[in-house]
Design a protein around this ligand. Structure first.
Ligand code: AMP
Length: 292
């Protein structure tokens, strides 16, 4: 599964990417997390990215692309990835296309998270992250758990929650403006490639997870529907193959006439059914069995 989660800051991409990663074992790759880690380590990349991040602006495409190229080359990304916060510009989206074509790993889907702008601001104000494991919580919509689940897997102690420096009111306004100007055009970009799925990302976190897994065909019902569709596709593909085999008059006769072996198998099956019928009737109390 190779997917992109698209959506404004605060739309819940990070939370849902985390959930999906836990469920599928496929890594969540968040460019925001990678950049924050670079800033915290004081690397050259981090130093270059810091000012843009603090101002709510986008980090230079070339820096982000170099970082993502390296990350996608890591072994865990071979099984797939959930891109969260990348791509954010048309230049990044085109570069990702090229990179994935090189790796022969095209995207499976892009999911757009739709949330009302007023709700985005409310969610961002409640967002808290654990300083140790990086897990994201929201004191308003998905508070940190209590009891055993409250333990940070990195330290074995309680999560140490902090609020991101760029989650303040003025920076949030700029980030939302940048999203509209630079990232929203990606919706049309991916729609034209037939990859886009849009979900309503408002409301309860569990309900959004449900909508996301359904959009990706990961719920049992969606998976069954997908199996049904591919069976139908296989059947449709089978038709021309038979017609092709039966092209000439001799071949057509061969294809339509039951072979001796096939006729024998049919007779054996019919005899078997006759023998089994009384035993089945006994087991079902003599009632006729209906096929469901
Ligand atoms: P996020 O955690 O995704 O909200 O990202 C936090 C900040 O990191 C953004 O406001 C940008 O400054 C920067 N950033 C993250 N991802 C990208 C990206 N794909 N392109 C440019 N800047 C990014």
């Amino acid at each position: 599964m190779r997917i992109v989660l698209l959506g404004a800051p605060g739309s819940g991409k990070g939370t849902q990417a985390q959930r999906l990663a836990e469920r599928s074992g496929i890594p969540q790759i968040s460019t925001g997390d990678l950049l924050r880690a670079a800033v915290a380590r004081g690397t050259e990349l981090g130093l270059e990215a810091k000012a843009a991040m603090e101002g709510g602006r986008l980090v230079d495409d070339s820096l982000v692309l170099g970082m993502i190229r390296e990350r996608l080359a890591e072994p865990d990304a071979r099984a797939g990835f959930i891109l969260d916060g990348f791509p954010r510009t048309l230049v990044q989206a085109a570069a990702l296309d090229g990179l994935l074509a090189e790796l022969k790993q095209p995207l499976d889907a892009v999911v757009q998270f739709e949330v009302d702008p007023a709700e985005l601001v409310r969610r961002i104000s409640g967002r808290r992250s654990c300083a140790d494991c990086g897990r994201v919580f929201n004191v308003l919509t998905s508070p940190p758990p209590t009891g055993a689940a409250a333990i940070c897997p990195q330290t074995g102690a309680a999560h140490r929650l902090f609020q991101r420096a760029d989650d303040n009111e003025s920076t949030v306004a700029e980030r939302l403006r940048v999203y509209e100007a630079k990232t929203r055009p990606l919706i049309a970009f991916y729609r034209s490639r037939g990859l886009l799925r849009v979900i309503d990302a408002a409301g309860d976190v569990d309900a959004v997870t449900q909508r996301l897994t359904q959009a990706l065909g990961l719920t049992p019902r969606a998976a069954a529907a997908r199996r049904g569709k591919s069976a139908a596709r296989r059947a449709a593909r089978g038709k021309p193959a038979v017609a092709k085999r039966a092209a000439g008059p001799k071949a057509a006769a061969r294809a339509s006439a039951p072979s001796k072996a096939r006729a024998k198998r049919k007779r054996t099956r019919a005899a078997g059914k006759k023998r089994a019928a009384p035993a089945r009737a006994r087991r079902s109390g003599g009632r006729p069995r209906t096929r469901r």
